[in-house]
Ligand binder design. Structure first.
Ligand SMILES: *[C@@H]1O[C@H](CO)[C@@H](O)[C@H](O)[C@H]1NC(C)=O
Ligand SMILES: *[C@@H]1O[C@H](CO)[C@@H](O)[C@H](O)[C@H]1NC(C)=O
Ligand SMILES: *[C@@H]1O[C@H](CO)[C@@H](O)[C@H](O)[C@H]1NC(C)=O
Length: 203
């Protein structure tokens, strides 16, 4: 029994490791997936969540599009690049491609991200810590994170200060708060947005 068990474990380990890169797309925008294939493409199949979205076999099946994404999908038969327009969050998920009957060891996990444009970014001061007689002040760079992630946070001390990457929540002591205002910025792969400057509460 032992050799069989060892063999099946080896078989499991030998399965191709599928690299699953996360590819972010803008909600309402295009998704472009590039299989980086060089050579002539004689057949290609793109799948979304296991269902065929586009298929082509040279001299046999002309390029055709299937399923929900039909009408918004394009495959470039020279490069293999898949483009889907007007993406919604539910159009995301796992995409895989097979070219010339070879499953490429790459699949794509497509995740939608919305632009931050229409949503406020605010510096929120914790009322218990941010007033004249407190010794330090806790500030939160607040934004509605629904479909906005991944995000990075930046802070600027004073109107003429430099933007510095930081945490969502920061603490500044009364002693080190030598500037008039503090502003935060939120950035994601497709947009960025600043808060209004928040005024030094210790003055
Ligand atoms: C396919 O992609 C290549 C390289 O980007 C481009 O030159 C060509 O025009 C594209 N073909 C179509 C039909 O769009
Ligand atoms: C894009 O998709 C949304 C639904 O997700 C639809 O309401 C809208 O009309 C579409 N826009 C275009 C230009 O097709
Ligand atoms: C797909 O392409 C490969 C390599 O070019 C070829 O050997 C194979 O026969 C093709 N498959 C079909 C179904 O045409």
């Amino acid at each position: 029994m032992a050799p069989t068990a060892a063999l099946s474990l080896l078989t499991l380990l030998a399965l191709p490791v599928v690299a699953q890169d996360v590819t972010y797309f803008e909600i309402g925008g295009n998704l472009d997936l590039n299989p980086a294939f060089s050579g002539e493409i004689t057949n290609i199949t793109w799948k979304h969540k296991g269902n065929i979205v586009a298929e082509y076999i040279k001299d046999s099946i002309p390029l055709e599009y299937l399923g929900d994404l039909k009408g918004r999908t394009n495959v470039n038969l020279t490069t293999g690049v898949l483009t889907i327009s007007n993406m919604s969050q539910s159009d995301g998920g796992l995409f895989t491609v097979e070219i010339n009957n070879r499953v490429l060891p790459v699949s794509y996990n497509a995740v939608g991200v919305r632009k931050l444009d229409d949503y406020p970014v605010e510096v929120i001061m914790r009322p218990l810590t941010c007033h004249r007689s407190s010794t330090e002040c806790t500030l939160t760079c607040w934004v509605d994170l629904n479909e906005a992630e991944p995000v990075q946070y930046f802070w600027k001390k004073g109107e003429a200060g430099e933007w510095e990457e930081g945490e969502k929540v920061i603490t500044i002591s009364q002693e080190t708060w030598s500037f008039q205002t503090i502003t935060c910025k939120v950035k994601n792969p497709f947009s960025e947005k600043d808060s209004d400057p928040a005024v030094n509460p210790f003055h």
